[in-house]
Design a protein around this ligand. Structure first.
Ligand code: GRF
Length: 212
């Protein structure tokens, strides 16, 4: 795992990094991030939360907490977006002056304008130690492969599936008797700590992590 700073409760004087969070699911990573920003003075401003699922937990929580939200047109494909939908998303994110796009359980593969408009500025959290087990249900893949250790990875997004450069990883032991549910739950706990750590590192040294 990269050398990342510990979370602290000190207030930062750095200009907040403007981020957008994209998700399709319950939004537990988003909740953990919001809590971290509030409790540890992360110099990060969540300017927009966007989802392709109208009633996703992430979107409901964002609305309850008063964040700006955006609907992403789901279109006719399951795992990608139509080009127009990505173009619309780019427009929205540019409108909010987004500097970093965080995929937190976003179940679509970006293929079009997003990758060009936000090249090097999109990160994803994935529930395995990449390059092992890309794709869906990575914790199940790790169990089936009889691994002893798995974990989670934060990586840049490129045009492949979970193939972009790795920023940081956290290991999670696979215990005897682990089920798919118990393992996934422990990986998610690790995710909830790792993602804010990475975002803190980026916010404190944007020139090191983001293109100029
Ligand atoms: C996480 O496990 C993440 O690794 C994967 O999708 C899940 C999202 O969970 N990409 P949540 O919506 O943050 O609870």
């Amino acid at each position: 795992m990269a050398d990342l700073p510990e979370l602290s409760s000190s207030e930062s004087t750095v200009t907040p990094l403007k981020i957008a969070v994209l998700g399709s699911g319950s939004g537990s990573n988003f909740r953990a991030l919001v809590q971290n920003i509030r409790e540890s003075g992360l110099a990060v401003e969540i300017v927009c939360v966007a989802s392709d699922v109208t009633d996703a937990g992430i979107l409901n929580f964002a609305k309850e907490e008063g964040f700006a939200t955006a609907d992403i047109h789901p279109g006719k494909y399951k795992s990608t977006l139509e080009p127009d939908s990505e173009t619309g998303l780019v427009r929205t994110l540019i409108k909010y002056d987004v500097q970093l796009v965080v995929l937190a359980g976003f179940m679509r593969i970006l293929k079009h304008d997003m990758l060009g408009a936000f090249a090097g500025r999109i990160i994803n959290i994935h529930p395995s130690l990449l390059p092992k087990f890309p794709g869906l249900h990575a914790w199940k893949q790790a169990l089936l492969a009889e691994e002893k250790v798995t974990g989670c990875t934060v990586h840049y997004v490129d045009n492949g599936v979970d193939t972009g450069a790795i920023i940081a990883q956290a290991e999670v032991d696979i215990e005897p008797g682990d089920t798919s549910e118990s393992l996934h739950a422990r990986i998610q706990k690790a995710e909830h700590r790792l993602l804010p750590l990475v975002i803190r590192a980026i916010s404190e040294a944007p020139k090191e992590y983001l293109p100029s």
